[in-house]
Design a protein. Structure first.
Length: 574
């Protein structure tokens, strides 16, 4: 509930009135005491005749046999210490001079000198960060060469021309808003970012030091544009060169001095680092940038931000909004507040930067992509050296690898080879009343399982099935597939270590649901790899299989234990 000004003034008046009443009572009491003192005779014989208060008896003396406490050992005076430390040694019993020698109190040093503590962070400079890590150094060099090779010369346009670049799309958008009295968050929200953003894409938005509403308003604006916040990069400033001494820090709105700037990262679409390594790579850079700043331009952001973006996102369509002449960079389209007029020297320094021609730029980007996605090509060396997301137990990475894009669409194009040998020969079943299958091949011709042609000759022999529990397996001649095409009638096929209580290589069963479309096939640890099994009822579209394939959420996928045998017709007998 908001408090009005009248209520605040009324409360203040009540407090002042109570204080005035207290002062009046104290003064009246003091006057009364003074009158009483003046009425006493001098000297005050009545008071002097009062009895004295008795003193307590003294403590008994110590017996002669009581041992006296030993004198504490005198610490030797260390002449190797400065006078200040020698005084502390004499005063404090637990003081250790060596601890103070190796402990750096950067906060106290800031109070004394004005140097910010982040000035002493080791390895803050990009060129020195990986001096002791040659593999990371080589990875950065390879990525820099790959990014430069797949980049167009720098291009630029003004903010008034931003709506004219449609229908061009961009994989990365970097924004450094020039907030002022004439440009606020509402003006920023009106930018046509949704029409410029590709799907998937990333956005990097500088929102300030966090002292005001920047972080919250930044998240709101990202949401209005169709992005969701996924990360926060922090720029921590240093003052090695610009140190002005204590008490000369820039003004702040809080008790502490703010020496950082936040950049929110937003993501549009679904991107997973473990599977979509055609578009994103695990970040070799840190989420904290330490940089002195530009004394000629206090609003300039760290140049390392461009390298961080290029190493993280492989998209080649990059745009920076509210850039300036020093922001022009190969592989980027820079949107400036005012029209740029480059001198010949600036033109050469900026790699022949020129105003953007929408049609020409789009044609060149597509030519570099060679009919594929607009991304920086990945190489085997980069793939081997780059950090990767950890793979959980029982799962496998099914990304695109080094040859090209991965993801769901890429997996759909992978055919399954022919001649699948499901199980090796098995014999000596023991007294389990099991009718062995006599190596009769099951010819399944032209099984159109989601683009998987010509699966045939699944030959096997079964045996060594200890503990089968009196199961009779009839010959599979009655089990026909009928030469179906993809998307017709073939339901879940499950093979795994739970199948019929067999060994991990055993266990083979079929479950059918009439009228269900699609195919679901699951193999145990010895099964094939990289099989996309189609979209079927009850499952998520585009589920896929890796080595030790998984799928079992759709109708028609049955557990091999407690299987309803009515689905088998005459092929399975109890």
């Amino acid at each position: 509930m908001a408090t009005t000004t009248a209520q605040v003034l009324s409360s203040a008046n009540e407090t002042l009135a109570a204080h005035a009443s207290l002062i009046a009572r104290v003064r009246a009491s003091q006057k009364s005491h003074r009158r009483q003192l003046r009425q006493l005779a001098s000297p005050p014989h009545e008071i002097l005749r009062l009895p004295l208060i008795p003193s307590p008896p003294p403590s008994p003396p110590l017996p002669p046999s009581s041992p006296l406490p030993p004198n504490p050992a005198q610490k030797p005076v260390r002449q190797d210490l400065p006078p200040a430390k020698r005084a502390r040694v004499a005063r404090y019993a637990n003081y250790v001079p060596e601890e103070e020698t190796i402990r750096n109190d950067y906060s106290q040093h800031y109070v004394d000198s004005g140097d910010w503590p982040q000035n002493w962070v080791l390895g803050a400079e990009p060129e020195r960060r990986f001096e002791e890590y040659p593999k990371q150094q080589r990875l950065l060099a390879l990525k820099k060469a790959a990014v430069n090779e797949a980049a167009l010369p720098a291009a630029y346009l003004t903010i008034s021309q931003l709506s004219d670049v449609n229908p061009l799309k961009f994989d990365v958008i970097l924004i450094d808003p020039p907030f002022s009295t004439s440009f606020n968050w509402d003006d920023l929200e009106k930018l046509p970012i949704p029409s410029l953003a590709a799907d998937p894409s990333f956005i990097f938005l500088w929102v300030g030091s966090g002292a005001g509403e920047g972080l919250e308003r930044g998240r709101e604006v990202l949401g209005r544009w169709g992005y969701r916040r996924c990360e926060d990069v922090v720029w921590v400033k240093t003052n090695k060169e610009l140190n002005r001494g204590p008490g000369t820090d820039p003004p702040t709105s809080s008790l502490l001095t703010r020496t950082k700037q936040h950049c929110l990262i937003g993501i549009r679409g679904t991107v997973r680092r473990s599977t979509d390594n055609w578009f994103v790579h695990c970040n070799i850079d840190t989420d904290t940038i330490i940089w002195e700043g530009d004394p000629a331009d206090p609003t300039r952001k760290p140049p390392e931000m461009y390298t961080l973006i290029e190493n993280f996102c492989l998209g080649t369509r990059r745009m920076e909004i509210f850039g300036r002449a020093h922001s022009l960079r190969r592989g980027w389209v820079t949107v400036t507040s005012e029209d740029l007029k480059l001198t010949p020297d600036e033109y050469r320094e900026r790699d022949q930067a020129a105003p953007i021609d929408k049609e020409t730029w789009d044609v060149k980007i597509k030519e570099m992509a060679q009919g594929g996605r607009c991304v920086v090509p990945n190489t085997p060396d980069i793939e081997n050296l780059r950090p990767k997301s950890p793979v959980g137990r029982g799962s496998s990475s099914t990304g695109g690898g080094t040859g090209g894009p991965g993801g769901q669409q890429h997996r759909h194009q992978q055919p399954m080879g022919t001649g699948m040998n499901m199980m090796g020969p098995m014999g000596n079943t023991g007294p389990q009343n099991f009718n062995p299958m006599m190596a009769q091949p099951m010819n399944m011709m032209n099984m159109g399982m989601g683009g998987i042609p010509n699966v045939g000759n699944m030959g096997w022999q079964m045996g060594n099935l200890g503990g089968a529990g009196g199961m009779n397996m009839a010959p599979q001649n009655n089990f026909g597939f009928g030469g179906f095409d993809g998307g017709q009638g073939m339901m879940g096929v499950g093979v795994g270590p739970m199948g019929m209580n067999m060994a991990p290589q055993g266990g083979f069963g079929y479950g059918f649901e009439p009228g269900q479309a699609g195919v679901g096939v699951g193999f145990g640890p010895q099964g094939g790899g990289g099989m996309w099994m189609g979209d079927f009822a009850g499952a998520q579209p585009g589920q896929y299989m890796g080595p030790g394939m998984w799928d079992g959420s759709g109708d028609g996928m049955f557990s091999m234990n407690n299987l309803d045998t009515s689905q088998w017709g005459g092929g399975y007998q109890q």
